[in-house]
Write a protein that binds this ligand. Structure first.
Ligand SMILES: NC(=O)c1ccc[n+]([C@@H]2O[C@H](COP(=O)([O-])OP(=O)(O)OC[C@H]3O[C@@H](n4cnc5c(N)ncnc54)[C@H](O)[C@@H]3O)[C@@H](O)[C@H]2O)c1
Ligand SMILES: O=C(O)C(=O)C[C@@H](O)[C@H](O)[C@H](O)COP(=O)(O)O
Ligand SMILES: [Zn+2]
Length: 352
């Protein structure tokens, strides 16, 4: 069964979820003179299929390979790709396809946003995380030495083709990591996601329903607030600490694993602030752990706090966190008491 989720906005688009969704590239890019298909080495076969589908549809398509994972999200890789686009003579009537996990679609989207100040962009996410989150919503970007995703642009895709056949090759640890963004959507907006994960914490039994539900949570937020000035910020639940962990670990930790620790930290912080009952804080610990995701982290708290201040939610000297005032009811907490932060850290610190 193919599932379709509309995303509203200035240029609405659809997220197509299901087996064989990649074949719709022929429809969404029909009439496009040229397309580049950006991918990392593990997705070479899928990128080859995408090129073939496009060429059969009359689009001059070429695959361009980038480094795998976070190593793709650098200024050096972006500059090398701009050179390639120049060599191929890519113009505004052409398109960029990003096929891969969130790292590649974040980079490909950034290239599409910046080349000639904007060409069409289509995502073919191949990881759970990409399907439920990174490939949807138009946040594109790369990392810098100062932190995660600090350079980027809002550039929504023209279509998202989440081909669930491609999940067959996804390593188990990557599958689990992606489920962190799914449970995040459960905590902030959709209790049914939590019930499905209570029943099967791997998420595998109901994966297509879980993907659709998480995409709907994301689509609702980005359809209303593309530029991240209101409800979209709630999608950053757990990310203030997560991004700091990723930076401190030189991007060696999986995004979803860092988010998992960040979710538990944010729940503890809300508990300290008197916003989230102890049972719901415990539910964060229990469900995240049952899903096989980390709930603790061994690190330098002082350094993490410094890095959290470079988060995009920070405003001037203020630290801002997404917290829950009850399940499904997110809000922003600005400049929490240091004692609450320290207590939340103690609850997730490996040494606790
Ligand atoms: N733009 C957004 O809104 C948004 C949202 C969430 C996360 N992100 C970003 O997404 C990135 C994380 O994405 P991710 O978890 O997909 O990690 P990733 O892109 O690094 O992919 C993880 C690994 O899985 C491999 N892989 C992916 N799909 C595969 C498949 N089908 N078969 C075999 N191997 C496969 C990749 O090649 C890589 O080695 C982070 O950079 C994060 O910041 C962006
Ligand atoms: O789409 C969003 O908005 C999110 O916050 C989703 C997050 O899961 C994602 O990791 C996003 O890339 C983080 O955005 P950032 O602006 O904090 O870099
Ligand atoms: Zn995320």
């Amino acid at each position: 069964m193919t599932r379709r989720v509309p995303v509203a906005g200035e240029k609405p688009y659809e997220v197509t979820i299901g087996a064989g969704a990649q074949r719709e590239l022929a429809l969404v890019l029909a009439g496009t003179p040229r397309a580049v298909v950006v991918h990392a080495p593990p997705l070479a076969a899928a990128a080859g299929s995408a090129v073939e589908i496009l060429q059969t549809a009359g689009v001059a398509a070429e695959a361009l390979v980038v480094p795998d994972g976070e190593a793709a999200k650098t200024a050096q890789v972006a500059a090398a790709m701009w050179d390639e686009f120049g060599r191929l003579g890519l113009t505004r009537s052409d398109a960029v396809v990003g096929i891969g996990g969130g790292a590649v679609t974040d980079l490909a989207g950034f290239l599409a946003a910046t080349w000639t100040r904007g060409v069409r962009f289509v995502t073919v996410p191949t990881s759970v995380l990409g399907m439920v989150d990174a490939a949807v919503g138009g946040k594109t970007g790369i990392n810098t030495a100062a932190g995660k995703n600090l350079v980027g642009a809002f550039h929504p895709p023209a279509a998202v083709l989440a081909d669930t056949d491609l999940l067959a090759g996804l390593p188990e640890a990557e599958f689990r990591s992606g489920m962190a963004e799914v449970v995040k959507c459960g905590f902030i907006a959709d209790g049914e996601i939590l019930r499905l994960l209570d029943a099967d914490p791997t998420g595998r039994r109901d994966i297509e329903e879980l993907i659709e539900r998480a995409v709907r949570v994301k689509a609702d937020a980005v359809g209303e607030d593309l530029y991240d000035t209101g409800v979209r910020e709630f999608l950053n639940y757990g990310h203030t600490l997560a991004h700091a962990i990723e930076r401190v670990e030189d991007f060696g930790w999986r995004h979803g694993e860092a988010v998992a620790v960040g979710l538990v930290f944010a729940a503890e912080l809300a508990g300290q602030a008197g916003l989230l009952p102890a049972a719901e804080v415990a539910r964060h610990h229990g469900l995240v752990a049952a899903m096989g995701l980390p709930t603790r982290y061994a690190g330098d708290w002082g350094r993490l706090q410094q890095v959290m201040r470079v988060d995009k939610k920070a405003r001037g000297a203020s630290l801002r966190f997404v917290v829950l005032e009850g399940l499904g009811n997110p809000r922003i907490l600005t400049d929490p008491d240091q004692a609450w932060l320290d207590a939340a850290w103690a609850a997730v610190s490996e040494t606790a």
